[in-house]
Design a protein around this ligand. Sequence first.
Ligand SMILES: Nc1ncnc2c1ncn2[C@@H]1O[C@H](COP(=O)(O)OP(=O)(O)OP(=O)(O)O)[C@@H](O)[C@H]1O
Ligand SMILES: [Mg+2]
Length: 231
Amino acid sequence: MARKNTVQRVNHQRQLITHEEPKSPISEQYRTLRTNLQFSAVDTELRSIVITSSSPSEGKSLTTANLAVAFAQQGKSVLLIDADLRKPTVHYTFRINNTFGLSNLLIGEHTLEDCVTNSKVDNLDILPCGPVPPNPSELLGSRSMQKLIDTAKESYDMVIFDSPPVLAVTDSQVLANHTDGVLLVVRSKKTEKDAASRAKELLVQAKANVLGVVLNDKDTKEGEYFYYYGN
Ligand SMILES: Nc1ncnc2c1ncn2[C@@H]1O[C@H](COP(=O)(O)OP(=O)(O)OP(=O)(O)O)[C@@H](O)[C@H]1O
Ligand SMILES: [Mg+2]
């Protein structure tokens, strides 16, 4: 008898809780993160932030998307850029087209206006990754990237970058060096202490302004996870 074929489907659907359930305790935690970031930058300008972590799957993209929504809900004009040019997910989260994006822009094929898409969230625009390029670190460290950050800051109050893991590739260090601050995500019961310390060291070496740490996926007594931000 022939074996039954099983079709494997990857589920790219991602929930955006700050948009779908803005009154939930989890959304409140993202707002707390937003407020703490604003407090952390009283004397300095904080208009471009990179969110990263030491290793894969620690919640970088989830944190980036929800933080971007939290800033937009405050009435700030926000641009979320998918700078994970290796494993982009922002277009799945916001269900937008990824035909053109950051990679096209960095090689001079298109302008920012060509590639930016409105999201379903008021005040929030998205620049997806675009076609995955062969040389992400080089593109992110290019003069076009610096130019893009400057142009984006002229048009938006806040520019937020999703990025790959620090210990895997240099992309996040390169990016953090060009931006006003970087947030390090650690995932409860997953992130190794040494890995987090090493990631922080590498960011400091890259002369990044390390703003703090987000503890993701921490169980609470009620069985909910929450976000904590501290130094
Ligand atoms: N607090 C959380 N509660 C439940 N699921 C979570 C939580 N944080 C992350 N996840 C899930 O874990 C997976 C990885 O999260 P995410 O894509 O945000 O991580 P990442 O650090 O961006 O990963 P990558 O290194 O692959 O880019 C996703 O399926 C996400 O929905
Ligand atoms: Mg990611």
